[in-house]
Design a protein around this ligand. Structure first.
Ligand SMILES: [Zn+2]
Ligand SMILES: [Zn+2]
Length: 181
């Protein structure tokens, strides 16, 4: 997997938010990160009864839109996403396809009946993006609840972790990076 990240916004999304995300991810992964053109996914692509987007649907759409991309494609969507045997997911990564997906749907304060908070949303999104890209670059889950590779199943767990890797995961990451170069 090449150390290159291509952020693919699903439908209209705040450009400033995505640029800021790209900068932070470049710094974390020592990889070039760029925002690609928007990929339009109509609401008709959602599962009609769940009103959620199925993970595999989005992974294949993103891969089909960028068939030649050798780096990791990171799709960011406002749709609520689910996968088989999961009621919802904050995100996921398909290592074989080189596609990571992060949903902002349940990262927004509004989802929990709170006032919108752009900065909080950014911090949460950054943590989930670092987590999924970590998977895309070969990292597994970590038992350190503060580490970005900790598996969070609730927003409390996301808020409790850091947008960084712990020392152990950091070492694994640099080892993986050296193997690639
Ligand atoms: Zn994970
Ligand atoms: Zn860790």
């Amino acid at each position: 997997m090449e150390s290159r990240v291509r952020i693919v916004p699903i439908n209209a999304m705040d450009g400033g938010f995505l640029d800021r995300l790209a900068l932070c991810l470049e710094e974390r992964f020592l990889a070039s990160a760029r925002v690609e053109r928007t990929l339009v996914v109509p609401r008709s692509a959602l599962n009609a009864t769940r009103r959620q987007l199925f993970l595999s649907t989005i992974v294949s759409k993103v891969r089909r839109a960028h068939p030649e991309e050798a780096g990791v494609l990171l799709a960011i969507t406002d749709f609520d996403v689910y996968k088989t045997s999961h009621r919802f997911i904050f995100g996921d990564a398909d290592e074989a396809q080189g596609v990571a997906v992060v949903s902002l749907h349940r990262l927004r304060a509004e989802f929990y009946g709170e006032e919108p908070d752009e900065n909080m949303l950014f911090q949460r999104a950054l943590k989930e993006c670092v987590h999924e890209l970590g998977h895309a670059f070969g990292l597994k889950h970590c038992f350190n609840a503060r580490c970005a590779m900790y598996y969070s199943n609730s927003i409390f767990e996301t808020d409790n972790k850091m947008p960084y890797f712990c020392e152990t995961c950091d070492k694994r990451m640099s080892r993986a990076r050296n193997e690639r170069s």
